[in-house]
Design a protein around this ligand. Structure first.
Ligand code: PLP
Length: 441
């Protein structure tokens, strides 16, 4: 039996990931628990890199660390030869703490603070993806005061929105990110970047969306970018060294979702870039991409312990677990769908349809609307697949629930990479009220 995300059934009828029995993991580390199949992460990273290598094009694959960031994850990406995207001072700090080379870090965000930008420049990050005129101005003065030339890419909004299966060409791009093409903001930004001796204008960036299954959107974006580059070559004599196409490559959360082939998708991207370069007689730029979800999503599985049950005859059967919207916000945030199994009952037949409820004080805290499971009892381990991206990274302490631990498994070994929060951690930053007033009734 092979599962959607990661894992298979072992001889005891248990779910096993990376040759480790998940029932043992739940016992050893407690639940809820995020389990990552390290081999799967490595496989995804290699799929991107090897495709570009086979095509003999210069490319960089940057892992978008907002999908899941912790020191061990950043170190894993370094082992695999990926670059790293960060979107905040906190993600940058994590990367540097992990020993990730600053020159291989790219800094994103639509409202980077002056402190964040200064730190990034001082640390020597490889590139800052500039989102707006305010940021461009800040960088020019930071460059001047530190006497540093800052490598940047300009983020543009190509007027293409990926709606997972369809693409919408919007006339007037309504987005909080990047420089608009139609109103010529992008041209103005290029002009300003080229006019400063403290700015090194590496190239163009765009990111058209997330959880995308078709290559059409990327092809459309590439055409828009090269139309712009042709224009910039004629009007400004500018040639881009880098064309960065962002991330957004989709993963299968449920058996109804399509599986994408990374190799096919990247081949389409390379073909289109090469066609555009030839058609417009431009120099071949480096192709950069920034996958997040597709690197870690399917590698992650969350283990929960089954607790209370509520059966409403003819309506619904609720099965509650010891986590919820605190460790996986996606179902509550955007009705994300997941599949699950009972890790200790894989060989048993499914006999009931249940709804998996979280333990938070919100009716909307439902992890799965409907899933078929065998007969369950308290203490069973529910394994929810494909929770590796935007799970731990969006985890929170609502209801003062401690955030779960994270375990990496590979070749029969488990390693704790993020400890479980304790109650003590929850009050760690709290300070008692200063004034002591005794009220008597
Ligand atoms: C979120 C984001 C990514 C990663 O997106 P995924 O869907 O996780 O692949 C890449 N680049 C930028 C600029 C992003 O905002």
């Amino acid at each position: 039996m092979v599962f959607l995300g990661s894992g298979n059934m072992n001889s005891e009828g248990h779910l096993e990931i990376g040759d480790v029995d998940t029932v043992d993991l739940a016992k050893e580390f407690g639940t809820p628990l995020y389990v990552y199949d390290v081999a799967k992460i490595r496989e995804q990273a290699t799929a991107y890199l090897s495709t570009f290598k086979k095509r003999n094009v210069t490319a960089k694959v940057a892992y978008a660390s907002k999908a899941f960031s912790c020191i061990a994850m950043v170190q894993l990406m370094q082992q695999e030869g990926l670059h790293l995207d960060v979107v905040s001072g906190g993600e940058l700090f994590t990367a540097l703490q992990a020993g990730f080379p600053a020159t291989h870090i790219h800094f994103h965000g639509n409202n980077k603070s002056i402190e964040e930008l200064t730190a990034a420049v001082e640390e020597g990050v490889g590139s800052i993806v500039v989102d707006n005129f305010y940021e461009l101005d800040c960088l020019k003065s930071i460059g001047e005061s530190l006497n540093r030339v800052i490598p940047i890419q300009l983020r543009i909004t190509p007027g293409i929105e990926a709606h997972t299966h369809e693409y919408i060409l919007t006339g007037q791009e309504d987005s909080k990110f990047g420089f608009d093409l139609i109103s010529k903001q992008a041209d103005q930004a290029l002009h300003e970047a080229l006019s400063s001796s403290y700015i090194d204008m590496m190239g163009i960036h765009c990111h058209i969306g997330s959880q995308i299954f078709e290559s059409d959107g990327f092809v459309m974006a590439i055409r828009k970018i090269f139309d712009l580059l042709e224009d910039w070559s004629e009007s400004f004599g500018y040639e881009a060294r880098v064309v960065n196409l962002g991330g957004g490559f989709g993963i299968a959360y449920t058996t109804n979702d399509k599986k994408i082939s990374i190799e096919e998708m990247m081949n389409v991207v390379v073909d289109e870039v090469q066609d555009q370069v030839a058609e417009k007689s431009l120099a071949m730029p480096e192709i950069w991409i920034e996958p997040g979800r597709s690197i870690v999503g399917e590698a992650g599985t969350t283990l929960y312990t089954v607790g209370s049950e509520k059966r409403i005859p003819g309506v619904r059967n609720y099965l509650a677990v010891d986590g919820g919207m605190t460790d996986n916000l996606r179902p509550a945030l955007y009705q994300a769908k997941y599949e699950a199994v009972i890790a200790n009952r894989l060989s048993q037949k499914n006999t009931q349809t249940v709804s998996i409820a979280g333990k938070c004080c919100e009716s909307g805290d439902m992890l799965i609307q409907e899933v078929s499971l065998p007969k369950t009892s308290q203490g069973d381990i529910l394994a929810m697949f494909c929770t590796g991206a935007y799970g731990y990274s969006m985890a929170n302490n609502y209801n003062r629930l401690p955030r779960p631990a994270v375990v990496f498994v590979e070749e029969g070994e488990a390693q704790l990479v993020v400890e479980r929060e304790t109650y003590r951690d929850l009050v760690h930053l709290d300070r008692p009220l200063k004034k002591t007033v005794v009220t008597s009734f």
